[in-house]
Design a protein. Structure first.
Length: 97
């Protein structure tokens, strides 16, 4: 049994696109997180405010940070796959998913 890489590693033509997209998405998430920290620093009692279904702002904002990170990861993956396929000359299959 041979233990070789599944694919040959070569130059990634979409690397600059991926890194630029990653930096922008990081900045978006960082601003969202800075809002959470700012509320806790400037007006921590605001986090006790009941927002929805008896959950306070701290809980809702915290879960929003987690869900937001997951959504950004899924969007990043989708956009990077699409860019890689278009740069390799393969169809993106937009309507078939």
């Amino acid at each position: 049994m041979l233990h070789e890489p599944a694919s040959s590693g070569g130059r990634d033509a979409a690397a600059s696109y991926k890194s630029r997209l990653g930096v922008w998405m990081f900045l978006v998430y960082a601003l969202f997180y800075v809002g959470f920290v700012a509320i806790n620093l400037l007006n921590p009692l605001l986090m006790e405010y009941n927002l929805v279904f008896g959950l306070n702002l701290a809980t809702v904002y915290g879960f929003s940070l987690i869900i937001g990170a997951l959504l950004l990861a899924l969007i990043y993956d989708r956009l990077c796959r699409k860019k890689e396929l278009s740069m390799n000359g393969q169809p993106t299959n937009e309507g078939s998913e």
